[in-house]
Design a protein around this ligand. Structure first.
Ligand SMILES: [Fe+2]
Length: 182
C-alpha cells in the first residue's frame, strides 16, 4: 500500500512525534523529531498505556526503553495518573504509590517491529526522521506515568504548541517523496 502524506492529518502529542490516522485502516503513522517534544525536555516521561501496541519501523531507528517496576513505599519513583482536562491537555494527579525501577534498552531499525503490552512501562528515543507504523488494541485499564519522587509537575499529555504548517514542513522534510510504502 502506498500512502500519500498530503492526505493525512498530523497531530502533535508533545512526546517527540506527530501521529496521523491512516484512512480506512486501523493503523497510525508516527513521524519523530525532537522539535515535536515539549520545550527543553530530553525525553518523554516513563509511562504505560491502556492498550497493547505493535510498532514497525519504516525508516530510522528507535530505542524502546523498558522499565521493570517493583512497587515499594520507599521507592524513588511515584505513580501519576491523568486527571482533569486542561486547555486541550491532561493534568496529572499523583497517587500514594511508589516504585523502584531498572531499565532495559532495545534498539530497532528499519523493517523491525516491537510489541508493548498494555500496562508495561516504557519510554522511547528515536532518531529525527524515524517513521513508525503503529497498531493499537482496544482500550482497557489505566494509563500512568512514573515520575522521580521529588518532581512536582509531570508534563505528560500537556498541550504542545506547534502549527500545522510547521508540522507538515518537518514531516515532508523527513519524507521528501510524500509517499510512504507500508
Ligand atoms: Fe508509549
Amino acid at each position: 500500500m502506498i500512502l500519500d502524506l498530503f492526505k493525512l492529518k498530523f497531530k502533535c502529542h508533545g512526546l517527540g512525534f506527530v501521529k496521523a490516522e491512516i484512512p480506512n485502516s486501523e493503523f497510525r503513522l508516527h513521524v519523530w523529531d525532537k522539535k515535536f517534544k515539549h520545550g527543553g525536555r530530553e525525553s518523554e516521561e516513563t509511562h504505560c498505556h491502556r492498550w497493547a501496541m505493535i510498532s514497525k519501523i519504516l525508516q530510522g531507528r528507535i530505542v524502546n526503553q523498558l522499565w521493570h517496576v517493583v512497587e515499594r513505599s520507599e521507592g524513588l519513583y511515584r505513580f501519576w495518573v491523568p486527571g482533569n482536562s486542561d486547555q486541550g491537555g491532561e493534568q496529572m494527579e499523583p497517587l500514594d504509590r511508589y516504585a523502584d525501577c531498572w531499565t532495559e534498552d532495545r534498539a530497532y531499525s528499519k523493517g523491525e517491529s516491537y510489541v508493548m503490552q498494555r500496562g508495561l512501562f516504557h519510554r522511547s528515543f528515536a532518531d529525527d526522521g524515524t517513521v513508525t507504523l503503529v497498531h493499537r488494541s482496544n482500550f482497557d485499564g489505566m494509563s500512568m506515568s512514573l515520575i522521580p519522587r521529588d518532581n512536582e509537575s509531570p508534563l505528560h499529555g500537556a498541550a504542545h504548541k506547534i502549527s500545522d504548517e510547521e508540522i507538515f514542513r518537518i514531516v515532508s522534510n523527513h519524507v521528501p517523496t510524500m509517499l510512504v510504502q507500508i
